[in-house]
Design a protein around this ligand. Structure first.
Ligand SMILES: [Zn+2]
Length: 250
Protein backbone atom coordinates (compact mmCIF):
# COMPACT_ATOMS: atom_id res chain seq x y z
CA UNK A 1 0.00 0.00 0.00
CA UNK A 2 1.32 3.41 -0.94
CA UNK A 3 -0.14 6.59 0.49
CA UNK A 4 1.17 10.16 0.68
CA UNK A 5 0.28 13.14 2.90
CA UNK A 6 0.50 16.12 0.55
CA UNK A 7 0.12 18.78 3.27
CA UNK A 8 0.70 18.62 7.00
CA UNK A 9 2.38 20.69 9.73
CA UNK A 10 4.66 18.20 11.45
CA UNK A 11 6.83 20.95 13.00
CA UNK A 12 4.00 22.26 15.18
CA UNK A 13 4.11 22.00 18.95
CA UNK A 14 1.19 19.56 18.85
CA UNK A 15 3.79 17.01 17.71
CA UNK A 16 6.75 18.04 19.84
CA UNK A 17 6.41 15.25 22.40
CA UNK A 18 5.90 12.32 20.04
CA UNK A 19 6.94 13.43 16.56
CA UNK A 20 9.07 10.35 15.90
CA UNK A 21 6.19 8.05 16.89
CA UNK A 22 3.83 9.98 14.60
CA UNK A 23 6.27 9.51 11.72
CA UNK A 24 6.65 5.77 12.49
CA UNK A 25 2.86 5.40 12.55
CA UNK A 26 2.64 7.07 9.15
CA UNK A 27 5.20 4.58 7.79
CA UNK A 28 3.32 1.64 9.28
CA UNK A 29 0.14 2.83 7.54
CA UNK A 30 1.90 2.72 4.18
CA UNK A 31 2.76 6.38 3.71
CA UNK A 32 5.75 6.69 1.41
CA UNK A 33 6.25 10.34 2.30
CA UNK A 34 4.75 13.64 3.38
CA UNK A 35 5.09 17.34 2.65
CA UNK A 36 5.19 19.54 5.72
CA UNK A 37 4.32 23.20 5.34
CA UNK A 38 6.17 25.79 7.41
CA UNK A 39 4.09 28.86 8.27
CA UNK A 40 6.59 31.47 9.45
CA UNK A 41 10.29 32.17 10.06
CA UNK A 42 10.45 30.10 13.28
CA UNK A 43 8.47 27.29 11.73
CA UNK A 44 10.77 27.41 8.68
CA UNK A 45 13.89 26.94 10.80
CA UNK A 46 12.31 24.12 12.84
CA UNK A 47 11.29 22.39 9.63
CA UNK A 48 14.87 22.49 8.28
CA UNK A 49 15.99 20.25 11.16
CA UNK A 50 13.09 17.83 10.80
CA UNK A 51 13.51 17.48 7.05
CA UNK A 52 17.25 17.00 7.47
CA UNK A 53 16.64 14.16 9.91
CA UNK A 54 14.07 12.49 7.61
CA UNK A 55 15.61 13.15 4.22
CA UNK A 56 13.78 11.33 1.45
CA UNK A 57 10.63 10.96 3.57
CA UNK A 58 9.60 14.43 4.76
CA UNK A 59 9.70 17.32 2.29
CA UNK A 60 9.50 21.06 2.97
CA UNK A 61 6.96 23.44 1.50
CA UNK A 62 7.75 27.01 2.55
CA UNK A 63 4.74 29.20 3.25
CA UNK A 64 3.03 31.39 5.80
CA UNK A 65 0.06 31.66 8.14
CA UNK A 66 -1.98 33.68 5.66
CA UNK A 67 -4.34 35.41 8.09
CA UNK A 68 -1.54 36.60 10.41
CA UNK A 69 1.14 37.42 7.87
CA UNK A 70 3.12 40.66 8.29
CA UNK A 71 5.31 42.36 5.68
CA UNK A 72 8.36 41.64 7.83
CA UNK A 73 7.64 37.94 8.15
CA UNK A 74 6.88 37.66 4.43
CA UNK A 75 10.26 39.21 3.61
CA UNK A 76 12.06 36.87 6.01
CA UNK A 77 10.26 33.79 4.63
CA UNK A 78 11.12 34.86 1.08
CA UNK A 79 14.81 35.29 1.83
CA UNK A 80 14.97 32.00 3.76
CA UNK A 81 13.26 30.23 0.86
CA UNK A 82 15.82 31.63 -1.60
CA UNK A 83 18.67 30.59 0.68
CA UNK A 84 17.43 27.01 1.15
CA UNK A 85 15.74 26.65 -2.24
CA UNK A 86 17.51 23.40 -3.14
CA UNK A 87 15.71 21.68 -0.23
CA UNK A 88 12.26 23.22 -0.81
CA UNK A 89 9.67 21.39 -2.93
CA UNK A 90 7.06 24.15 -3.22
CA UNK A 91 6.05 27.64 -2.13
CA UNK A 92 2.99 27.50 0.12
CA UNK A 93 0.68 27.57 1.70
CA UNK A 94 0.25 31.17 0.60
CA UNK A 95 -2.81 33.04 -0.62
CA UNK A 96 -5.89 34.80 0.67
CA UNK A 97 -7.94 34.31 3.83
CA UNK A 98 -11.41 35.87 3.92
CA UNK A 99 -12.56 33.66 6.78
CA UNK A 100 -10.50 35.31 9.54
CA UNK A 101 -10.01 38.65 7.75
CA UNK A 102 -13.38 40.22 7.12
CA UNK A 103 -12.70 43.93 6.51
CA UNK A 104 -12.17 45.09 2.94
CA UNK A 105 -8.88 46.89 3.66
CA UNK A 106 -7.42 43.88 5.47
CA UNK A 107 -8.42 41.60 2.60
CA UNK A 108 -6.91 43.93 0.02
CA UNK A 109 -3.68 44.12 2.03
CA UNK A 110 -3.12 40.38 1.54
CA UNK A 111 -2.83 40.72 -2.23
CA UNK A 112 0.65 42.27 -2.58
CA UNK A 113 2.06 39.69 -0.16
CA UNK A 114 0.40 36.90 -2.14
CA UNK A 115 1.84 38.36 -5.37
CA UNK A 116 5.34 38.38 -3.88
CA UNK A 117 5.08 34.67 -3.12
CA UNK A 118 3.77 34.03 -6.64
CA UNK A 119 6.83 35.83 -8.04
CA UNK A 120 9.06 33.80 -5.72
CA UNK A 121 7.62 30.52 -7.06
CA UNK A 122 8.16 31.72 -10.63
CA UNK A 123 11.72 32.83 -9.86
CA UNK A 124 12.62 29.49 -8.22
CA UNK A 125 10.59 27.44 -10.72
CA UNK A 126 8.59 25.80 -7.89
CA UNK A 127 4.92 24.79 -7.75
CA UNK A 128 2.52 26.84 -5.62
CA UNK A 129 0.31 25.54 -2.79
CA UNK A 130 -2.61 27.85 -2.21
CA UNK A 131 -4.59 28.67 0.92
CA UNK A 132 -7.81 30.34 -0.26
CA UNK A 133 -10.28 30.18 2.59
CA UNK A 134 -13.60 31.71 1.49
CA UNK A 135 -11.56 33.41 -1.27
CA UNK A 136 -11.24 30.63 -3.84
CA UNK A 137 -12.50 32.63 -6.82
CA UNK A 138 -10.38 35.67 -5.92
CA UNK A 139 -7.23 33.54 -5.54
CA UNK A 140 -7.91 31.75 -8.83
CA UNK A 141 -8.29 35.06 -10.65
CA UNK A 142 -4.94 36.34 -9.36
CA UNK A 143 -3.23 33.05 -10.24
CA UNK A 144 -4.60 33.06 -13.77
CA UNK A 145 -3.20 36.56 -14.21
CA UNK A 146 0.17 36.17 -12.50
CA UNK A 147 1.34 32.54 -12.55
CA UNK A 148 2.16 30.05 -15.28
CA UNK A 149 3.39 27.13 -13.15
CA UNK A 150 1.77 24.23 -11.31
CA UNK A 151 -0.93 25.07 -8.74
CA UNK A 152 -2.40 23.07 -5.86
CA UNK A 153 -5.45 24.51 -4.10
CA UNK A 154 -4.97 23.05 -0.65
CA UNK A 155 -8.10 21.90 1.26
CA UNK A 156 -10.18 23.27 -1.57
CA UNK A 157 -13.67 24.18 -0.35
CA UNK A 158 -14.87 26.46 -3.14
CA UNK A 159 -18.05 26.24 -5.18
CA UNK A 160 -18.40 23.94 -8.23
CA UNK A 161 -17.81 26.84 -10.66
CA UNK A 162 -14.32 27.37 -9.23
CA UNK A 163 -13.69 23.61 -9.20
CA UNK A 164 -14.44 23.67 -12.92
CA UNK A 165 -12.08 26.61 -13.41
CA UNK A 166 -9.36 24.61 -11.60
CA UNK A 167 -9.95 21.70 -13.92
CA UNK A 168 -9.77 23.91 -17.01
CA UNK A 169 -6.45 25.33 -15.84
CA UNK A 170 -5.07 21.84 -15.19
CA UNK A 171 -4.49 22.70 -11.52
CA UNK A 172 -4.75 20.35 -8.54
CA UNK A 173 -6.64 20.23 -5.26
CA UNK A 174 -6.09 18.41 -2.00
CA UNK A 175 -8.91 16.95 0.04
CA UNK A 176 -8.58 16.52 3.82
CA UNK A 177 -9.43 13.27 5.62
CA UNK A 178 -12.79 14.66 6.80
CA UNK A 179 -13.83 16.10 3.41
CA UNK A 180 -17.31 14.57 3.24
CA UNK A 181 -18.41 17.08 5.89
CA UNK A 182 -18.36 19.71 3.12
CA UNK A 183 -20.71 19.57 0.15
CA UNK A 184 -18.33 21.73 -1.93
CA UNK A 185 -15.50 19.27 -1.32
CA UNK A 186 -17.60 16.28 -2.31
CA UNK A 187 -18.62 18.07 -5.51
CA UNK A 188 -15.02 19.02 -6.25
CA UNK A 189 -14.01 15.37 -5.80
CA UNK A 190 -16.50 14.47 -8.52
CA UNK A 191 -15.73 17.40 -10.86
CA UNK A 192 -11.96 17.06 -10.98
CA UNK A 193 -10.30 14.07 -12.64
CA UNK A 194 -8.67 11.77 -10.06
CA UNK A 195 -5.31 12.67 -11.67
CA UNK A 196 -5.73 16.19 -10.26
CA UNK A 197 -6.61 15.20 -6.68
CA UNK A 198 -4.13 14.73 -3.83
CA UNK A 199 -4.83 13.67 -0.25
CA UNK A 200 -3.73 15.62 2.80
CA UNK A 201 -4.36 15.63 6.53
CA UNK A 202 -3.46 19.26 7.37
CA UNK A 203 -2.54 17.69 10.71
CA UNK A 204 -2.85 18.69 13.51
CA UNK A 205 -5.98 20.37 12.09
CA UNK A 206 -9.11 18.99 10.38
CA UNK A 207 -9.12 15.69 12.22
CA UNK A 208 -11.49 12.95 11.07
CA UNK A 209 -11.34 11.55 14.63
CA UNK A 210 -11.79 12.95 18.15
CA UNK A 211 -8.02 13.19 18.52
CA UNK A 212 -5.31 15.38 17.04
CA UNK A 213 -4.98 14.79 13.30
CA UNK A 214 -1.79 13.15 11.98
CA UNK A 215 -0.42 11.81 8.67
CA UNK A 216 -1.45 8.19 9.42
CA UNK A 217 -5.06 9.35 8.94
CA UNK A 218 -4.47 9.65 5.19
CA UNK A 219 -5.79 6.09 5.12
CA UNK A 220 -9.18 7.42 6.33
CA UNK A 221 -9.24 10.14 3.65
CA UNK A 222 -8.31 7.63 0.97
CA UNK A 223 -11.15 5.34 1.98
CA UNK A 224 -13.52 8.32 1.97
CA UNK A 225 -12.48 9.29 -1.55
CA UNK A 226 -12.70 5.68 -2.77
CA UNK A 227 -16.25 5.44 -1.38
CA UNK A 228 -17.22 8.82 -2.86
CA UNK A 229 -15.98 7.84 -6.33
CA UNK A 230 -17.02 4.20 -6.01
CA UNK A 231 -13.50 3.02 -6.84
CA UNK A 232 -11.27 0.44 -5.15
CA UNK A 233 -9.20 1.80 -2.24
CA UNK A 234 -5.97 0.51 -3.84
CA UNK A 235 -6.60 2.40 -7.09
CA UNK A 236 -7.25 5.68 -5.27
CA UNK A 237 -4.18 5.19 -3.06
CA UNK A 238 -1.96 4.49 -6.05
CA UNK A 239 -3.25 7.38 -8.17
CA UNK A 240 -3.24 10.04 -5.44
CA UNK A 241 0.28 9.02 -4.40
CA UNK A 242 1.48 9.25 -8.01
CA UNK A 243 -0.19 12.65 -8.26
CA UNK A 244 1.66 13.93 -5.19
CA UNK A 245 5.04 12.62 -6.34
CA UNK A 246 4.52 14.21 -9.75
CA UNK A 247 3.20 17.53 -8.43
CA UNK A 248 6.10 18.00 -6.01
CA UNK A 249 8.68 16.61 -8.48
CA UNK A 250 9.83 13.90 -6.06
ZN1 LIG B 1 -2.19 23.84 6.39
Amino acid sequence: MKLFDAHTHIDMKNFQNDREKVISRAKSKGLVGMVTSSIGPGSFRRTLGIVDKHRGYIYHSAGCGVSQLTRNDADTIISLTRKYASNIVSVGEVGLDYHWIKDAAGRKAQEPLFSDFISLASELNLPLVIHSRKAEAEAAEILEREFGGEVLMHCFDGPPAVAQQIEENGWHITLPANFTRSRNRVEAARILPLENILLETDGPYLSPTEKRNEPANIEIGCKMLADTLDLPFEDVAKQTTENALRFYNL
